[in-house]
Design a protein around this ligand. Sequence first.
Ligand code: URA
Length: 249
Amino acid sequence: MLRELNLYPLWVRRDVPVAAVPIKEEGRLDGGEADTRQAKPSEAAMGIEALNPSYVAEAPTVPALSWPELKQQVRDCTACSLRAGCMQTVFGVGDENADWLFVGEGPGEDEDAQGEPFVGPSGKLLDNMLAAIKLKRGSNVYIANVIKCHPPENRTPHVDEIVRCLPYLQRQIALVKPKLIVALGKIAATALLGKEATLGSLRGTLHDYYGVPLIITYHPAYLLRMPAEKAHAWDDLRLAMDAMQKLTD
Ligand code: URA
C-alpha cells in the first residue's frame, strides 16, 4: 500500500551527512554548543545510500551556504527530474529570522506559476490558520516546502526527489533558526522526523527536530477535503501556541 502511494520507503536517517544536517553549527537549534559530530561511513551506508546510491551521490551539498547562495543553488538545481517539468523553483517566503516555521509538501500549480509557497486554495486556508493564532505570513513566520519543484499532476513527491531536495529545507531551517516548526501533512512530518507513521498518531504532541520543538498537523489541502478534521488541526495550533508561549516566556 505504501508503495502504491509512493510513500515507501521514506525513512531518512537524521544523522547521515548527506543532507548537511543543519543544526549544530548555528547554535540555537540545539541549545548552543557547536557539534562537530559526523556520521560514520558505516552509518551513512545504512541510511539513504542503502535506498539508492545514485540519488544519494546526486543530492546537493549545502553545508554552509548563505541565504543568497542557497537561493541561487535552488534556482539552478537540476538534481532530480522535477525541474524539467515545472515553471520555476519555489524557494520559501517570509521572515528569514522568524520564530515560526511552517513546512508544507511541495508547490502546487498556483505556487509554480507565482513562485511562492501556499498561494492557492490551501494557502488561503493556511493564512486563515495563521490568523487564528494571530500570525501573518511574512511577520515572524517563514513558510517553506520539502520539495521546491511542482511535481507533474500534483502527484506525491517520490522518495528520491525528497532526498535530493531535503538538504535545501535543512539549510533553510539552519538559517532561519526557528523556535518552533509546524509540519503540515505527512510528507513534511516524515521528512523532518526521519521516520514514518500515520499523521493521526503523530499529531497532538510535541516532537523534536534536532532540539527544535516540532508540531505535526494536517495539511491544509487535506483539511479542505476533510473539513471535520479542522477541529483537530485547531487543537494542534493551540498546542503550538502554548509551546511558543513557554519558549518565549
Ligand atoms: N501545498 C504545499 O504543500 N505547499 C505549497 O506551497 C502549496 C500547496
